[in-house]
Design a protein around this ligand. Sequence first.
Ligand SMILES: [Zn+2]
Length: 353
Amino acid sequence: MKRLILILFLSFGIMKEIDAQCGTKSPTRDHLQGKVLPNARISTASFRFKIFVTILKNSDGSNAACTEADILAKIAEMNADFAPTFCFNLMGIKYVNNTNLNTDMNVSSTSDVNSLTGYNEGGCIDIYVHKAVRDGSNTAIAGSAYVIPNQYLSIENVGNHTLSHEMGHCLGLTHTHETFYGNELVSGSNCGSAGDLVCDTNADPDVTRSCRTQSTCLYTGNCTDALGYSYSPPVSNIMSYYGCVNTFTSGQFTRMSGTITFDLGFFAGNLITSGDDRYPAAVISNTTISSGIANYTTGGTMTFGWGSPITGTFVITPTGSLNAQANKIVLLPGFRATGGTNGKVRIKTLTCN
Ligand SMILES: [Zn+2]
């Protein structure tokens, strides 16, 4: 009996790994089409994003989708995957009690998605962690970014680099096996207009082809492209489905940078744009947070409290929450922060420059 349980457990684990795919829809247009990437600007670009995590629980408050330690580890992994071009700063974590969204999130259900996005924090890229996520055909999936690009995503608390994969979609990447724009040739001669539109990721056969077989970290298929050539797909790419995900290519970084650059209006609210040398320090004072969550972030210095030339006090009552991050944080005499039963106070310096 023990052996049976072990085998069942192992089988489930393996299935989960192979099924660890995502429900993000294929794009309906190339959001960078017709735009000339300003390479000089992109090569020096550095983007710091604000992210906010919502952990789902059942309606009775039980069965949390993950621990805070779990998600902090995943964010650290994501920051390593995106370094040094991108950085993600956690502004806060909240819990939502909803059994349906926690244990049966259907990423193809308008009702589920509307219900979920009602909890969007806004001004951040919203990350939702669920116990179980599925697509419209009841297939278990590891996560979804819903559309490309986007400002919210869902993941299960499983697998490696799933958060990086979905964030890649949010910032404009498709799967390496994308076929919406046409099938990429093995030679790469049409790499800019077919496949994932990224030229330094090898052509990857359509996942629906029966010749496309795989085991973890390996492509074992015998597919050929339209010219009869065999594939050598990018099995270790974060946007592939080979379960050996650990890298982005420089072409993918360029495409993500281009997405942000050309969609600045879309992403502006999520970006920490101020730096020490370019923007004045933020001064926050005379404020009471009696309920809800207040998020403050700056790349410069943030000052709380009382003192010249600042007057007044900054008070967080037991039911309010404060999340503050900056390169430098000054707490002046008079500053009071009280995290009560439902309130939390997080004050920390930025995790990356
Ligand atoms: Zn995906």
